[in-house]
Design a protein around this ligand. Structure first.
Ligand code: ADP
Ligand code: F6P
Length: 505
């Protein structure tokens, strides 16, 4: 008789496992850290508590056998070549992703993609049902798995189900474009608690249930039709492992590497840095446009000022991503060709993934961090930058269209669509006196250290355990006004269905 599989009291379900299976040129199997903020955050949460992680291993075909890694039980879910194309690249990243990010590029709708999304969500629900212990807590992650809560509830009514959206939830006028809008909302309403990055996202969800399903809603609660069940939808913004990352950034070898990076760039007076997945939501073209104009107008220039742009490869077979890569690389080539100097390029462009130590060193080396997304659920890079600046050096330029901006108001705020304004903000970030920048950095660091990823997970799990009611008490400090208030400045998507458009002008 085969031995029964072990089961777990805490199960995470996410599209990706924290590691990707990669076949090296010599045919050897290698495991590499998966890209993206979800993995960064969830990995540090799961390292400190026993549990299982159900997800895709990152390549098409049969799934590897379940295995344990650094105290986490990893349970791979297989995806066929067609499912990678239709469920992951198609429905998740070419239908949902654009709709959930203000339609910066047009969304594509295909019925076969939807069908594949349903099939894969069912497979995830079955895999979770297999590893969840009686009465377990199941924490489903992100937009790729929106049908899992209801599918899982049918299979395992005994488990408590939470879902957290790492990306924005769109205004109803955009969400309504989805031909499968009602099924997606029904899928989510299988959860006991739904977590979002911003209050506006939670409100968008509740409004969508009211307007598109005719559901009864009261404040942050939705009553599920045909049952007395209530589902609560609230904002619990994600964060970084402040203590762990700060300790890494304080390591002598990492600090030495930061100095070495600056030296290898010719010890510029001002080193600017961008770190993003190569995604059209990140506003990389807008950033380059502002930088190029500042150089052409001779307001800044190499070798005194230089820019390092790290652009992590992402979703490279989706057209919009392929086109973006071409545009960025052409722009970098043009800027360097026209405005660089021998031995002093204006942009150092790196299309790689790096170890955490190297990222921490880069953050420490940078005088100005450019975070300019057109729309971003949170943007952990912004929080990682301030975490690494234990020296209180550096300045953060931060788009108002990131979740992070709703917590990090003291940063040098920018609207990336406003190229003239972005140029002014970059100059301000460069020229503000060091003492003032230190004061700002101190405030930013206090916010992130008080609201780290451990606190986020504790708050989320307490809200899930208490749902549909509010949790009894906060695990640590009570939420600050930013968490309970309406955002100070409504974003364009809250005003209009047209959304933002992607071209810098
Ligand atoms: P997203 O989830 O959209 O990718 P975030 O900014 O929230 O955006 O998270 C990105 C995560 O990926 C951060 O933890 C960041 O440090 C990491 N990261 C980004 N680029 C690289 C890279 N080139 N090498 C290693 N890690 C990277
Ligand atoms: O949070 C946004 C997100 O889509 C995560 O779900 C994902 O892990 C990350 O960005 C990277 O994207 P992908 O898994 O498609 O490479």
């Amino acid at each position: 008789m085969p031995t029964p599989r072990p089961t777990y009291d805490l199960v995470i379900a996410a599209n990706r496992l924290p590691v990707d299976k990669v076949i090296a040129d010599d045919g050897e199997v290698e495991w590499r850290r998966s890209p993206g903020g979800l993995v960064t955050a969830m990995e540090s949460v799961m390292r400190s508590q026993p549990g299982a992680w159900v997800g895709w291993a990152g390549d098409a075909g049969e799934a590897p056998e379940p295995f344990d890694e650094d105290g986490i039980h990893l349970h791979p879910v297989p995806l066929s070549t067609e499912e990678v194309r239709d469920y992951y690249e198609g429905f998740s990243n070419d239908t949902l992703w654009p709709i959930y990010h203000d339609v910066i590029v047009p969304a594509t709708f295909h019925r076969e993609w939807w069908s594949s999304y349903q099939t894969v969500n069912q497979r995830f629900a079955e895999a979770v049902a297999e590893v969840a212990a009686e009465g377990a807590t199941v924490w489903v992650q992100d937009y790729q798995l929106q049908l899992v809560p209801t599918l899982l509830r049918k299979l395992r009514p005994d488990v408590r189900i939470g879902w957290f959206n790492h990306i924005p939830f769109p205004p109803v006028e955009l969400f309504a474009q989805l031909p499968w809008r009602a099924q997606l909302l029904d899928g989510l309403l299988g959860a006991d608690f739904l977590g979002f990055q911003r209050q506006a996202d939670a409100r968008n969800f509740v409004r969508a249930c009211r307007q598109l399903l005719g559901a009864q809603t009261k404040r942050d609660r939705v009553t599920v039709e045909g049952s007395r069940r209530q589902v609560r939808a609230a904002a619990i913004p994600i964060s970084v492992d402040f203590n762990g990352l700060e300790a890494l950034a304080k390591r002598p070898d990492v600090m030495a590497r930061a100095r070495e990076i600056r030296a290898s760039l010719g010890d510029p007076e001002v080193l600017m840095l961008g770190v993003d997945r190569l995604d059209y939501t990140k506003g990389i073209r807008h950033r380059l446009k502002a930088y190029e104009e500042l150089l052409s107008e001779r307001r800044i220039g190499p070798p005194e000022v230089t820019l390092v742009q790290v652009a992590t490869p992402s979703r490279e077979r989706v057209d919009a991503y392929r086109i973006l890569r071409g545009e960025i690389e052409q722009t970098v080539g043009r800027i360097n060709g026209e405005l660089g100097k021998i031995g002093a390029p204006a942009v150092h462009y790196l299309h790689h993934s790096y170890p955490r130590e190297e990222m921490a060193a880069l953050f420490q080396a940078a005088d100005v961090m450019l975070v300019t997304p057109l729309r971003d659920g949170m943007n952990l890079v912004a929080k990682e930058y301030v975490t690494c600046r234990h020296d209180l050096g550096g300045a953060l330029v931060l788009s108002e269209f990131t979740g992070a901006w709703h917590e990090l108001h003291q940063a040098f705020a920018c609207n990336p669509h406003d190229i003239e304004g972005l140029k002014q903000t970059i100059l301000r970030a460069i020229n503000t006196p060091a003492k003032d920048k230190q004061r700002i950095m101190k405030a930013l660091r206090r916010r992130v250290s008080d609201h780290d990823v451990q606190r986020w997970a504790a708050r989320y799990l307490a809200a899930l355990a208490a749902a549909p009611d509010l949790p009894q008490a906060e695990p640590r400090n009570p939420p600050t006004p930013h968490e309970v208030e309406t955002p100070l400045m409504p974003s364009p998507s809250e005003h209009s269905a047209a959304g933002a458009k992607g071209s810098p002008s």
